[in-house]
Design a protein around this ligand. Sequence first.
Ligand SMILES: Nc1nc2c(ncn2[C@@H]2O[C@H](COP(=O)(O)OP(=O)(O)O)[C@@H](O)[C@H]2O)c(=O)[nH]1
Ligand SMILES: [Mg+2]
Length: 446
Amino acid sequence: MFSTADTIVAIATPPGRGGIGVVRLSGPDARSIAGALRGTDIPLEPRRATFSRIRSSDQSIDHAVVTCFPAPNSYTGEDVVEISAHGSPVILRAIVAASVANGARLAEPGEFTLRAFLNNRVDLTQAEAVADLIDAVTPLQARAAFDQLEGTLTQRIAQLDATLFDLIARLEASVDFPEEGYHFVESDELLASLDRLLEHVSALLSDGRRGRMIREGLQIAIVGKPNVGKSSLFNALAGADRAIVTSMAGTTRDLITEAVDINGLRVTLIDSAGLRTTDDVAESAGVGLARKAIGVADAVLLVVDGSNPLDDCDVDILRETADCKRVVVANKCDVREEIRGGFLRVSAKTGAGLQQLRDELTDVLDVEPNRDQPAITNLRHVMLVEQAHEALSRARTGFADRAKSLPEEFILADLQSARAALEEISGRRAPDDLLAHIFARFCVGK
Ligand SMILES: Nc1nc2c(ncn2[C@@H]2O[C@H](COP(=O)(O)OP(=O)(O)O)[C@@H](O)[C@H]2O)c(=O)[nH]1
Ligand SMILES: [Mg+2]
């Protein structure tokens, strides 16, 4: 389905104007097309930035720096030429058009990285990491994506795969030479190996929750009774006046969301209507939405008014959210202190206590990543590792019950399907429609 026979071209830098804009060519004709654009037969020296005048058939377009990366030592594994011109969309489009006139084809989204994958420059998890790295909004997201790009997950999966491969080979030998019994694989040893594998796979999964929170971000609902300063805190954490703040109770009705960076985590804050019983139809709909937000959020930021004693309404909400991951803050600590007890004291007005609040939020979310352990950040990977885990557990149960003379072929089949799941992660077995789906997420030029 995917052809790498032709030469593709795209603008690699983001839309808009900048000091430099880059047009990238990849494929067998990249160098000759670059020659046509430069109007010379003198070949580009590998990896040497060369100042060139770029022209279309009828006119000069720009002065540019052209660099050639011959196959296989390039991003895609093919001949690649990068043309760094002035960053004007008009100029960059003209260079792309001139490339097409000389035989290139416009690249599809993600096609450069797809070619890197097809040419074995990267595996599928690394290709996915490129998209994540480009999409990263917080430094922590960028770090997790970069770790994956460096191949930490690739290596880990490869280790598991190698162990499985060895087990399967020995078990197959036993099946093929039944008179030898389990000569090639002692049953205790096989059970022990399976247990070790299961342990490693479980460890990957347990870190998957953290990894996904880093990559996908998470949601925190700000709740409390009316007028305690939820919207003010929302604005303070967002660093912008997004929600309306008034001294009137019941101002906020819709859910207002804003993506913010909390200690490197990408968090969507949800401001909601104050939880109280009310006859106002719109406000009561807002209260319903607030309750839903509590239900879906990864954590709750419960706000009480620190300048007034707790009342029944506060106590109800404290009880209602008792089972949630939550941080309770006593806001308006700039006024006076009425509430004692374990609440964190903050002021949306002065900013007091806000950094401590961010720290407590990241603590309850418990996502601090473990550097020594590759984090699975991607739902596709999580699901496949889960599949592998299930298949391994089945194999283990089957093997432990061998007294009931379950044929080895059954165990083998389970081990094979565990292996198939792992290989789909790395892309060693990846159907074309899966690849198309993954690379469609990229933007053009990547
Ligand atoms: N002194 C003081 N007033 C605050 C603070 N936070 C909010 N307020 C005031 O409390 C009132 C209600 O704030 P708002 O954010 O709309 O509360 P919400 O109904 O919980 O969203 C407004 O008059 C705010 O100016 C604070 O930290 N200190
Ligand atoms: Mg409000």
